[in-house]
Design a protein. Structure first.
Length: 216
């Protein structure tokens, strides 16, 4: 089953840049999401790298109406059902496995599995997954690596994540096979620690302005 027409995927593409967020305390999730929204970014990827992540996802899904809650770092079949119950409307993983693919198909949620090699792409395509995360983007060859990978897989679209920043996002977004980019630079650890939501809004606005400028 291809997820190519999912409105959530279109929303990621329209935004152009996806903040990849690590949250230690669920109570900061709402002000953080609101700060991103204020800067024009209406999607948030909350990664399951911390114990508070599931609660953070749930509170954002319930209380921040204007933002698309995406669950990141989903690596087990059990997590697929958990993030759906928490209110995720799309899911991102660092890699691809058939067991997670099956679990994701049961949820019906759009899923962007991670790919870094031609073999990864073959497995994703055979499962009907044509929208994938290219991860870790810079370490996996960056723009030249993604261009080379796209040759045999012209039907695929990618969200490069890993080493992407304001400085190089334009190089990725210039590629027709790139749907959007993901990055943690939008939500720096120090800004979160200091509850500096104005800084998060400023970084979000810069990123959105850059995307708008690139897309003309």
């Amino acid at each position: 089953m291809s997820m190519s027409t999912a409105p959530e995927i279109a929303r990621l593409g329209a935004c152009g840049v996806v903040p990849v967020v690590v949250i230690d305390e669920a109570e900061i999730a709402v002000p953080l999401a609101e700060a991103l929204l204020a800067g024009g970014i209406d999607v948030i990827e909350i990664t399951l790298r911390r114990p508070a992540a599931m609660a953070a996802l749930e509170v954002v899904a319930k209380k921040v109406a204007g933002i698309l809650p995406v669950a990141g770092t989903v690596v087990t079949p059990a997590q697929a059902a958990e993030v759906q119950n928490a209110g995720a409307r799309a899911v991102v993983s660092p890699g691809f496995t058939e067991s997670v693919d099956e679990a994701m198909k049961k949820t019906g949620l759009p899923w962007l599995p991670g790919v870094a090699t031609a073999s990864d792409c073959m497995r994703a395509v055979s499962a009907g997954r044509l929208h994938c995360k290219f991860f870790p983007a810079e370490q996996a060859g960056g723009v030249p690596g993604l261009k080379a990978l796209s040759g045999p897989f012209p039907q695929m679209k990618f969200c490069p994540t890993g080493g992407v920043s304001l400085a190089n996002l334009g190089n990725y977004l210039a590629l027709p096979q790139v749907l959007c980019v993901g990055g943690s630079w939008l939500v720096p650890a120090d800004a979160v620690k200091n509850r500096d939501w104005a800084q998060v809004t400023k970084l979000a606005r810069e990123a959105r302005e850059k995307v708008a400028e690139l897309r003309g």
